[in-house]
Design a protein around this ligand. Structure first.
Ligand SMILES: Cc1cc2nc3c(=O)[nH]c(=O)nc-3n(C[C@H](O)[C@H](O)[C@H](O)COP(=O)(O)OP(=O)(O)OC[C@H]3O[C@@H](n4cnc5c(N)ncnc54)[C@H](O)[C@@H]3O)c2cc1C
Length: 388
């Protein structure tokens, strides 16, 4: 749903300009230093990027899903690390509060998230609970003493994006030890600085330098009972799945944007690079790689817009969200591979940035549910629907 095309187009123009003029020229700096320059972070805050999905009444832009994916198409046209800084807040970090939080939780946290004052992380994965996230072992035991009603949290979360920068964690922990499945899990808001919460060393990764992940360790961490999302135990896994459903459409849109950027660079190179006395773009075998990439990017773009519109219309889109994430992330991997091929030897060495994108986009097939998990989600929904 596009609410006001003129306002949206003006915003998309400013995002496009920001990407072209500020982010693309800084790609190599981020890659070399593993940091996003402070002036760029300030620019992101000023543009309202941290508050894309937070309702206007809490200081955000309140974008619909269709508006959000159109912003992500633009943001994808540069190193994914830039999106990662505000994207976990927009995509998965704040959504638990937004979708299932109490009025008091929304009032307290959403304005801080929308302004970028607080960065939010989403803490679900553990060493023994990755794809099988419902088996998580982090515990939250309710206790009351003279300091009030609270939960004591123990456990370690792994690979948490933006953990080193986060001011707030949406944490999934087991409140009912007798229930080893999804129903025993609750979601919490945990503020940085809560005693008993520590962050591990940033992980060394294959790509996406400038975006940081780390362990988040809870040792007798005392979380106020008021921070139980929605105020009810046992709903945390459902909250996480609702968050991920939306997050998968968001990531699929990002994949489309990055694939478009890689294809644009590959096309420009193919038109300029000459072999056998002519631009390599004239060779039909190179044209096939360009055409296949164009076709797949277009298909993914159409899928993402369709799923976003359906979600805005209130449809249940678990299947469509997984279809988008699966197709768009795999498509992005294929386009990255063809782009490196079109660049030839220059694609393998670091000069043109295409090998950096090749490494960066590998993550899209792994996080927020691997490709295999998306296949399972899609097939299970099909079987369930057919059995009804
Ligand atoms: C850079 C990065 C950032 C991340 N950010 C976050 C974050 O912010 N928050 C968070 O909570 N998590 C985050 N993650 C974790 C991520 O979501 C998990 O890595 C992912 O869900 C896969 O879990 P796993 O790594 O334990 O792999 P595993 O679950 O061990 O899977 C290994 C392989 O087995 C396959 N497999 C597993 N089960 C099945 C099955 N039933 N059928 C078929 N194949 C199967 C998988 O598809 C995969 O190929 C991040 C990970 C990375 C690398």
């Amino acid at each position: 749903m596009i609410r006001d095309p003129d306002t949206l187009n003006a915003f998309l123009d400013s995002v496009r300009r920001f990407v072209r003029e500020r982010l693309v020229p800084a790609e190599h700096i981020v890659s070399d230093t593993d940091e996003i320059p402070a002036d760029i972070v300030a620019g992101m805050k000023a543009m309202g990027l941290f508050g894309l999905t937070v309702p206007e009444s809490y200081g955000g832009l309140g974008l619909t899903m269709e508006e959000e994916v159109r912003v992500m198409f633009e943001m994808g046209r540069t190193s994914p690390a830039f999106r990662s800084l505000f994207g976990t807040t927009v995509g998965i970090g704040s959504q638990g509060i937004l979708i299932d939080g109490t009025a008091a939780q929304k009032d307290k946290y959403l304005p801080l998230l929308a302004s970028g004052e607080l960065i939010a992380s989403f803490a679900l994965t553990e060493a023994e609970a990755g794809s099988d996230a419902a088996s998580l072992r982090t515990t939250a035991r309710r206790a009351t003493d003279d300091r009030g009603d609270h939960y004591i949290v123990n456990g370690t979360k792994r690979f948490i994006t933006n953990a080193p920068h986060a001011g707030l964690f949406t944490l999934m922990a087991r409140t009912d030890p007798s229930n080893k499945g999804a129903g025993g899990v609750s979601a919490f808001i945990v503020e940085r600085g809560t005693p008993g919460l520590t962050i591990g060393k940033p992980d060394k990764k294959m790509g996406q330098r400038g975006a940081h992940t780390a362990d988040v360790i809870f040792e007798n961490c005392r979380v106020p009972a008021a921070n139980l999302i929605g105020g009810k135990e046992g709903l945390g896994f459902k909250t996480a799945m609702k968050v991920l459903e939306k997050g998968r459409i968001h990531i699929a849109a990002l994949c489309v944007g990055v694939a478009e950027r890689m294809l644009q660079d590959a096309l420009a190179y193919a038109m300029e690079r000459k072999q056998f006395g002519q631009p390599i773009a004239e060779f039909q075998l190179v044209q096939a790689m360009l055409a296949d990439s164009k076709m797949e990017v277009y298909a993914a773009r159409c899928m993402v817009i369709d799923a976003a519109r359906r979600r805005d219309d209130g449809e249940h889109v678990a299947t469509e969200a997984s279809c988008c994430k699966l197709f768009a992330s795999e498509m992005c991997g294929r386009v990255a591979d063809r782009a490196v091929q079109i660049f030839g030897g220059a694609g393998y060495v670091a000069d043109h940035g295409i090998e950096r994108f090749y490494r960066d986009v590998r993550l899209f097939r792994i996080y927020e549910g691997t490709s295999q998990i998306q296949q399972l989600v899609i097939a299970r929904q099909m079987i369930r629907a057919a059995a009804d």
